[in-house]
Every structure is written in C-alpha cells, then in structure tokens.
Design a protein around this ligand. Structure first.
Ligand SMILES: [Zn+2]
Length: 275
C-alpha cells in the first residue's frame, strides 16, 4: 500500500473489503501463475464502495515481498435488503433461550420497526403462528431474535448444527423461504477462521446467486447433508456491483450465522429449513 497512494484512498472509502473470486474483465491483468484465471474467474480482493467514483481502482498488489501479486478491484455497490415490503421475512435458525423459551434468528431489517413483544411479519413454518420481537443485535450486525410462542417448528429441525464461516469458492445451499432452495458459490467472504467478535465488523459474504424480496433471514448451509448440519449464513439481500468498465453483477448478500448467533447469545442453534 505504501507504494500505491491510490489504493490507500480506495481503502478509506471502501465499506466492505473481502477476498474471494472475481470475474476477470481483462485477462491481461492476471500475470501471476499462483492465482491463474479459471473459466474467467480469479482469486483476489474486492473493495465495495457506496459512491460511484469516476476512477474505480483496479490493480495488482504485491504480497510476500513481491513474490505474489494479487488482483484488487473496486466496485460501486448498492445493497438491496430483501425484507422490507409487506409481510416478508424468514427465520434462519431456532434455539431455546436460557429460560427455556423457543426463539428464532432473523435479519434485523425485517423487524426493526417493532418493539419487544410486538408481533412481527414472520411465521412459524409449521403452524403459521406469528413470531414476536425479542431483541436486535448490536452495532452493524443485521440480525435479531424473535420468540416463537407456538413452540417453534420442532420436528423439521434436526439436532443443533455446526457453525462455520463461508469459504471462498465453495458451494452452499440457500434455503430461501420465498424463492425455494438454490445452490450458490461463495464469491467473496469477510468471514475469517479467527471469527473476530465485534459488532463493528460484520462478517458478510457474497454468493453468485441471490433471492427476492421476502427471502431476508433465510438459512444458508453447507452442500453436504451431514449430521450435525453445517450452518453457515443468513441471507440478507442482493448487492448490485458495478466496476469501472460498467460491468454489473448481482450477488447474494449474507451474514455469517455464527456471528449473528454470538451477538444474540443464541446457543445450540438448529437450522430452519423451508420446504
Ligand atoms: Zn409453530
């Protein structure tokens, strides 16, 4: 960065910095054999900014004293959270709180108009009874807990799952409450194995597939059907990203489920599989 003042400025205005798989617009930008272009994609870093700057950064940064060069690309992103309209939203996972009451985890933007105890636009998938607002996660974490007075969708939920971060390049399953099941590749992830516990640093990730309004709060799991289940994320919406060549890509936008659960004090969570 010291040799590249343009990158320093770009980092200052970036709202989301992630490593992952980028679509390569100019194959000649990729001279490094350690990160080859595979079917038009390449490993690198992505910087998302909210504003549309005329000169969006694109370049290579040296790592390991110049032995490795990594592609860095800035895109202007607008994120559309998909849970704002009408009676929409999903519950990613259920758990039992310290008082033994059944609860669910959803996206905060689905329920942020509501006060504790209010009915929220979320239903138990089994019986259709409404959930009620419990609390929102702190800071920038788009997660909230709700209570399930009906007792929760017990029989659909197997034993508590294993929480783990999304890995760039892997295939995950989006269990979208409105749009149904879909498989998606993780394109970029801020989730780290160190699992930084801070409400100021949301552990977001992007997938190549996205859902539609009403899918916010849906569960994202590993591909393999394993017991215990592999619980990875919570779907939040879509991110429209445009780079300086004007190439527009829409990604799914999700939050690390372990971070959401940690922030809400939820333990032994069980995935809520729609359909
Ligand atoms: Zn129920």
């Amino acid at each position: 960065m010291a040799d590249d003042p343009g990158l320093g400025k770009t980092l200052e205005r970036a709202g989301f910095i992630a490593t992952g798989i980028l679509r390569v617009a100019f194959p000649d930008m990729a001279p490094d054999p350690q990160f080859p272009v595979v079917e038009g994609f390449q490993f690198g870093a992505m910087l998302l900014t909210g504003a549309d700057h005329p000169e969006r950064y694109r370049g290579l940064i040296p790592l390991e004293g110049g032995r490795t060069m990594v592609n860095v690309r800035e895109v202007a992103a607008s994120i559309n959270l998909q849970g704002r309209t009408g009676t929409d939203g999903c519950i990613a996972a259920v758990y039992t709180d310290e008082r033994g009451s059944p609860c669910g985890i959803t996206a905060r933007h689905v329920v942020n108009r509501y006060r504790r105890g209010d009915r929220v636009p979320l239903q138990c998938f089994d019986c259709g009874n409404p959930a009620r607002m419990l609390r929102s996660a702190p800071g920038l974490i788009d997660a909230a807990s709700v209570s399930l007075p009906c007792g929760g969708p017990h029989y659909r939920c197997p034993e508590p799952g294993l929480l783990r971060p999304a890995l760039e390049g892997e295939t995950l399953v989006l269990h979208l409450g409105q749009s149904g099941r879909d498989e998606a590749t993780v394109m970029a992830s801020l989730s780290t194995s160190s699992q930084i516990k801070s409400a100021a640093i949301p552990q977001h990730f992007l997938t190549d597939r996205h859902g539609y309004p009403g899918d916010s709060g849906s569960l994202i799991t590993g591909l393999e059907f394993a017991q215990p289940a592999d619980l990875v994320g919570m779907y939040l919406g879509e991110a429209d990203c445009e780079d300086r060549e004007g190439i527009l890509e829409t990604y799914g936008y999700a939050l690390d489920l372990k971070q959401a659960a940690d922030m809400l004090g939820a333990r032994n969570i069980r995935g809520n599989y729609y359909g």
